[in-house]
Design a protein around this ligand. Structure first.
Ligand code: TXA
Ligand code: MG
Length: 356
């Protein structure tokens, strides 16, 4: 199959019209959203949805998010709309918040991977909205990467993973947030299953206390059931080994530099993911500044792109850990998964190796 890429800025009308026709005829279309690129299919057509799992190589017990363009469509997808959903929808839609509740009969089990609940979100990206509106159906879409790889934040990334597997990619340039939406379950106590740009603090300002699912910053324990099936799989893994270094900026930089030269001596190619606060300390070493520790959203924007770009030509990536407040939680959730939870305590390392 030949994969066509159409620029949404130059040919938005033609691109979304072709995309909507493909979606209606059961085909797959990759499209930009404000978070990451999605790989879409008609969300009411079980067979079309199955093609997503094939193209991604996605385990079939991992459910998908339905994307809508009008708030009123939610009523057709949920068995009823719980009261506390309304203020959240008014505040955060359209935008990077996915809500989970009991599904309506119209939603096929292919979308929910057999669950009685369904995840829905309304993206703010204009191309995404236009595609969904023209298709006239909710669009089921996971991130448009091959399963296990970092999520795509540009059309080039999608092409890397999906060339020859899907007929069309709509190119909307680089995604605004760079990490996937916050996933909030409204079944029982409101619980964040995946942190994102809509933070715990922002949600609590609207509906009061919100819980965090247990495995946001750690691997699942033996026999622990994943609140969100996506949490149990290897995720966001670039071609290089990623190691997270935790500590103050000062200790982290000392530790990272020492590890950097150790790996170099072993003949490995290494890159440090630095921050604005530490970048100058890595002079002489190979480091990419990923963002500002004080503004973790800047780090989120660059994470997946950096993992892909650097991962393609390095053996080891040494990445600084940051505090998990606000968007730092979304950052660390993705970074730790990309590292397979391999982390080093900078302070202990510096002490043990007597680095000053
Ligand atoms: O920003 C985003 O959410 C992007 C863009 C394309 O919209 N989509 C995305 O989809 O990240 P995906 O499939 O990569 O991640 C969806 C996550 C998975 O972890 C999945 O397990 C969880 O949401 N999920 C979906 N439906 C669920 C349900 N009914 N119950 C629990 N978790 C669910
Ligand atoms: Mg994904």
């Amino acid at each position: 199959m030949k994969t066509q890429v159409i620029s949404a800025s130059r040919q938005e009308e033609a691109g979304t019209t072709l995309g909507a026709n493909l979606i209606r005829s059961g085909e797959l279309v990759a499209f930009p959203t404000e978070t990451v690129y999605g790989l879409g299919a008609n969300g009411l057509d079980g067979e079309a949805v199955n093609r997503i799992f094939e193209a991604k190589g996605r385990p079939n017990d991992n459910p998908l998010i339905l994307h809508i363009a009008k708030k009123s469509e939610l009523k057709k997808l949920w068995s009823h709309v719980p009261d506390r959903a309304y203020p959240l929808i008014e505040t955060f839609w359209p935008g990077p918040l996915t809500l989970i509740f009991h599904k309506a009969d119209a939603v096929p089990y292919e979308v929910t991977a057999g669950l009685e609940t369904v995840a829905v979100r309304m993206p703010s990206d204009k191309t995404a909205q236009s595609l969904i509106r023209k298709a006239g159906v909710p669009i089921a879409a996971p991130s448009a990467n091959r399963s296990g790889k970092p999520s795509p934040t540009t059309a080039e990334h999608v092409l890397e993973d999906m060339d020859g597997r899907i007929p069309l990619i709509l190119d909307g340039g680089e995604c605004k947030y760079g990490v996937e939406s916050t996933v909030l379950s409204l079944v029982g106590e409101p619980t964040i299953l995946r942190p994102g740009a809509v933070t715990k603090e922002m949600l609590e300002a609207v509906i009061g206390p919100v819980r965090l699912a247990g495995s946001i910053l750690r691997p699942l324990m033996d026999r622990e059931v994943a609140a969100s099936p996506g949490m149990k799989y290897k995720h966001y893994a670039p071609d290089a080994q990623v190691i997270v270094i935790d500590g103050t900026p000062e200790q982290t930089a000392k530790c990272a530099l020492s590890m950097y030269y150790d790996y170099m001596e072993q003949g490995k190619t290494v890159e440090i993911l630095s921050t604005k606060q530490t970048h100058m300390r890595y002079r002489g070493a190979s480091a990419t500044m990923i963002g500002d520790r004080e503004q973790p959203e800047t780090m989120c924007q660059n994470l997946f792109r950096s993992l892909r770009d650097i991962g393609s030509h390095c053996d080891v990536i040494l990445a600084e850990g940051i505090p998990t407040d606000e968007e730092g939680l979304a950052y660390m959730n993705r970074l730790l998964r990309s590292a397979g939870f391999e982390r080093v305590d900078a302070e202990a390392y510096v002490r043990k190796n007597q680095i000053n």
